[in-house]
Design a protein around this ligand. Sequence first.
Ligand code: GLY
Length: 370
Amino acid sequence: MERCVHVPLEGRAYDVVIGPGLLAQAGERIMPLLRRPKVAVLTDETVAALHLEELRAGLAYAGIEMEALALPPGESTKAWPQFTRAVEWLLEMRVERNDVVVAFGGGVIGDLAGFAASVLRRGVRFVQIPTSLLAQVDSSVGGKTGINAPQGKNLIGAFHQPSLVLADTEVLGTLTPRDFLAGYGEVAKYGLLGDAEFFAWLEEKGPALAAGDMEARVEAVARSVQMKADIVVRDETEQGDRALLNLGHTFCHALEAATGYGDRLLHGEGVAIGCALAFELSSQLGLCSQEDPSRVRAHLKAMGMKCDLSDIEGELPSAEALLDLMGQDKKVVDGQLRFILARGIGEAFVTADVPKPIVLQILKEALDQR
Ligand code: GLY
């Protein structure tokens, strides 16, 4: 059942291995990268309680010793205080230039540990062992690492590719259904942005996949990672095509900012709502058919996911305020908002050519339905 996606970046190529039971094999998989049989693991307290001993045993099986630091779970960890703590701990553990740091957790840990590895002794290698669906299909692959600033998310960071990614799909079994579905928002995004056939496959297999069908999970993660790898190899530092991966994210970032980056709206939930809004916008601009946004929302609904602004609990700011929050997006270039729009399902493209009054109109209509 195991799959392997190769990311052929020149001089920094690596494999993303996907399948059940990889924690138990972590030692033999990582051993070829090591100069000495020792690794430093950064994780969070939730993942540590559930899976750290299994990882320790998997490493020990190949004779690898491990030291671990468990940070508090949650997005607020992804900031200077815990970052400083992590880097200083790695130095205390005497991690050397030729050693390997292991990022064992979801997107927060992967981003923070990858950034720590990128600056430690001017750069040490790291291995991603992503434990959330979101991290397996998106954040662990492609080398974007970093932390948040008071001014916005992911504003401090570096491109630093991992040397190996081990996506153990069995670990997904301990996610809450809400966290799993939030990650699924990113899976659906891949179909919507570049592969209509994959989206149709998800419409058919999505419910089984959410219910635990391991073969479907492996297939969905592998196809998502393959799409991401293809895009990253074309455009590692996001000069063009890589922005496609941000389908739904311009709306999402505004909604996350409006809801305080917390439990009210998880990132993947915002991506799903954002994808539905991006298709609505594309349809109103006459780029895709009116059926496309309905089909996107129908699938998200069938999966039990949030797909409308009315699915977000509590107050939301006005359409004007949301549009203003979009202006803070990293994708703003020369003051112009860039959107990922679509000519149909699986046919996304990047454009700055979107009249603000239409975006405002879409937001007003979406808010009116609340
Ligand atoms: N998550 C978007 C990217 O890696 O480019």
